[in-house]
Design a protein around this ligand. Structure first.
Ligand SMILES: Cc1cc2nc3c(=O)[nH]c(=O)nc-3n(C[C@H](O)[C@H](O)[C@H](O)COP(=O)(O)O)c2cc1C
Length: 369
């Protein structure tokens, strides 16, 4: 492909998007990626420069790495940035300022790891036990404490406080990590949620924890601040897992979340082009858009031919991505590893210089650039 035909081909990716609550200058989102470069939980000047570099090179919207709410068991590593305490929030305020100066938008991904916290994790408070809906990890083993209703209420409030702080600091919205087998997803999934109170039960019942978080956030931030929810079928350490086995179950899952006030669903999958259910070519993001009526973000191996588990694929074609975007199967496209490896990735794609993009390697993860 010549540069001009490449630029023509990617034209759709660089069209602006206006949704009810947020406008973005193009369709490319930096996917949330934990980097462990915030000692003591405080994001410093290097973290601000890292995000600014992506904004300055045409990334329309950045969703930050997961950043933990104010709860003693929320984190599983002392270098994960927190989203509470004066020092960390001042650090985040600097990140926002720099990204805005560079012409980008930015939303923090607020997070509680639940029972993904393990004994021996390098945390500052190792004596605190992991918590979850039923104290079970993703394998179904009892490794933590089941939360009481009072403890759940405290965590809901901690999420709401983080969202209020995100708004106060100047972020363009708030994103909840409801995917990959962490706390919110542990409530969603039948293997990790065995509760018999109002937080358990069928697939709609298991959304109650997230529903209360979204409602509390909405109360704290008002009607206009965008709330993004990341969801996934798969779990870290359980890639074949599914929350919803068919479109009917997915619809039952999404309805309470839409009603609670989610504005955008960030639909995490390993490969953006894969059909989610038999009998239809629609991807996970495509199904979520169709069934929720909300704007959605797709993700999964964009610009790469190795998926997150290291499996090789030749199917990650930019033409397929554009075709699905043009068919309005999704609204936004998140890019993870390609953008971690190369801060100029979006600008190089925009100007037809895809052959100049830097590969994702082990060194990319070890460096914050
Ligand atoms: C180093 C690394 C850290 C990640 N951390 C997070 C995270 O904090 N929150 C999250 O929702 N997803 C996280 N992910 C998943 C990415 O957001 C993304 O969904 C995944 O990498 C697939 O996109 P890609 O194929 O473009 O890399 C992480 C991925 C990587 C590679």
């Amino acid at each position: 492909m010549t540069i001009n035909s490449t630029v023509q081909a990617v034209h759709s990716l660089f069209q602006p998007l206006t949704t009810e609550k947020i406008s973005v200058k193009n369709r490319i989102v930096m996917a949330p990626m934990t980097r462990l470069f915030s000692p003591g939980g405080v994001p410093g000047a290097d973290v601000a420069a890292y995000y600014r570099r992506r904004a300055a090179n045409s990334t329309g919207l950045i969703i930050t790495e997961g950043t933990t709410i104010n709860h003693p068991a929320a984190s599983n590593h002392a270098n994960i940035p927190t989203f509470h305490g004066e020092a960390a929030l001042n650090g985040w305020a600097q990140v926002v300022k720099e990204v805005h100066e560079a012409g980008g938008k930015i939303i923090p991904q607020i997070w509680h790891v639940g029972t993904a916290r393990k004994q021996g994790d390098p945390v500052s408070n190792p004596e605190v036990l992991p918590v979850g809906p039923s104290g079970l990890n993703v394998k179904g083993d009892e490794t933590g404490k089941a939360l009481t209703e009072a403890e759940i209420a405290d965590i809901v409030q901690a999420f709401a406080q983080a969202a209020a702080d995100a708004k106060r600091i100047g972020f363009d919205g708030v994103a909840l990590h409801g995917a990959h087998g962490y706390l919110i997803d542990q409530f969603f999934w039948e293997v990790t949620n065995k509760r018999t109170d109002r937080y358990g039960g069928d697939i709609a019942g298991r959304t109650q924890f997230a529903v209360e978080i979204v409602e509390a956030i909405r109360k704290a931030v008002g009607p206009d601040f965008p709330i993004v929810l990341r969801i996934s079928q798969f779990k870290q350490e359980a890639y074949a897992a599914k929350l919803a086995n068919n479109p009917e179950e997915l619809e039952q899952f999404l309805a309470p979340l839409v009603k609670a006030g989610v504005d955008i669903f960030d639909c995490s999958a390993r490969r953006f082009w894969e059909p989610e259910f038999e009998g239809s070519p629609l991807s996970f993001a495509g199904w979520v858009k169709k069934l929720s009526g909300k704007p959605v973000i797709t993700v999964g191996s964009v610009g790469l031919n190795v998926d997150m588990t290291g499996q090789h694929t030749e199917d990650s074609k930019i033409e397929t991505l554009i075709e699905k975007l043009d068919n309005q199967e999704f609204d936004l496209v998140a890019v993870g590893r390609a953008l971690l490896a190369d801060p100029e990735w979006v600008e190089k794609i925009r100007t037809g210089r895809d052959e100049e993009t830097l590969p994702y390697t082990r060194e990319s993860v070890a460096t914050l650039y």
